[in-house]
Design a protein around this ligand. Structure first.
Ligand code: 3PG
Length: 306
């Protein structure tokens, strides 16, 4: 059995070494494709792979067609919008993610970006503090929960809205659960996005939702760029000079945001929420173990294409 790690954005070396150890201890062959520059390299590498570990790498019908021996793909991370689930099911390929394994890293980055923004990108001028500010967590999953934990340490007043998480679960953490996204955005000066990119959420963060945020509003996106209606966010930031957008996922209209909103817009050059050795080790090794469990025992825990 051959297990391929195919990551355009590589894991830390220590994580790759750990994955290799898990795979080889199970008696399987380990292969590595990192920093590939075109899809042909991926198509070639998957040809004889029985299992693949990926990050945000695109696994579409073409890749699945090329991977004739493939049985399982594990997305080492949370969001699996980069995998064509219907095509995987049609190819009889099991798809899993590794929920929770990189969520602390993403949460720490979200808070780090908030500090960076309220301190005026460390430009030496007088900024403001997070303490006492109202933080709205949009979706209370693994990352949202970690954001709440860290934000409470900063002395923020923490609110959350999640369409699928019962209010009692949120409130057990000392977080105020609200009834709608509209209420969350109206209440909170800072909103941190943690929704996945799905047919329902794509383009859902729009002018109507953002326009009622309190004065000095800041939207922090460590989730996905697809959930933002970029044209409407640009319009909103033109209309509201007090609005900041801080993102770990570079918008398609990055150049326009950067040019128009200097001093209140920031994007990392490459998504780096999960770029820590700890998160890479947690997610990478979990992925390797899930593959071994699936191939040896048929374990389908964490399967997402049911
Ligand atoms: C995730 O969905 O797990 C995060 O967005 C991290 O993605 P990455 O592995 O591409 O950094």
């Amino acid at each position: 059995m051959k297990v391929l790690v195919a990551t355009d954005k590589p894991f830390a070396k220590v994580a790759v070494d750990g994955i290799r150890k898990e795979i080889e201890a199970a008696g399987y062959e380990f292969a590595l494709l990192e920093k590939y520059t075109d899809k042909a390299q991926l198509l070639d590498a998957v040809k004889d792979a029985n299992a693949i570990i990926i990050r945000s790498d695109i696994i579409d019908a073409e890749v699945l067609d090329a991977a004739k021996e493939l049985k399982i793909v594990v997305r080492a991370g949370a969001g699996y919008d980069n995998v064509d689930l219907a095509a995987a099911t049609a190819h009889n390929v099991c798809v899993m993610n590794t929920p929770g394994q990189n969520s602390n890293a993403v949460a720490e980055l979200a808070l780090g970006m908030m500090v960076y923004a309220v301190r005026n990108f460390y430009n030496g001028t007088s900024g403001t503090e997070l303490m006492g500010k109202k933080l709205g967590i949009h979706a209370y999953g693994n990352v949202g929960r970690n954001v709440a934990r860290v934000a409470k340490g900063f002395g923020m007043e923490v609110y959350a809205y999640d369409a699928f998480c019962p209010k009692e679960v949120i409130e057990k953490d000392g977080v105020k659960a609200l009834d709608s996204a509209e209420e969350l955005y109206k209440t909170c000066q800072v909103v941190s996005l943690h929704i996945p990119a799905t047919a329902e959420t794509k383009n859902s963060i729009n002018y109507a939702l953002l326009k009622d945020m309190p004065k000095g509003a800041m939207l922090v996106n460590t989730a996905r760029k697809e959930v933002i209606n970029e044209a409407e966010l640009i319009k909103l930031m033109e209309d509201r000079a007090d609005f900041k957008y801080i993102t770990d996922i570079m918008p398609a209209a990055n150049a326009e945001f950067a040019e128009k909103f200097a001093g209140r817009y920031f994007s990392t050059p490459k998504k780096m929420g999960a770029q820590t050795a700890e998160a890479n080790i947690n997610a990478g090794i979990a992925a390797a173990q899930q593959i071994v469990g699936f191939l040896k025992d048929g374990c389908e825990k964490f399967r997402v294409n049911k």
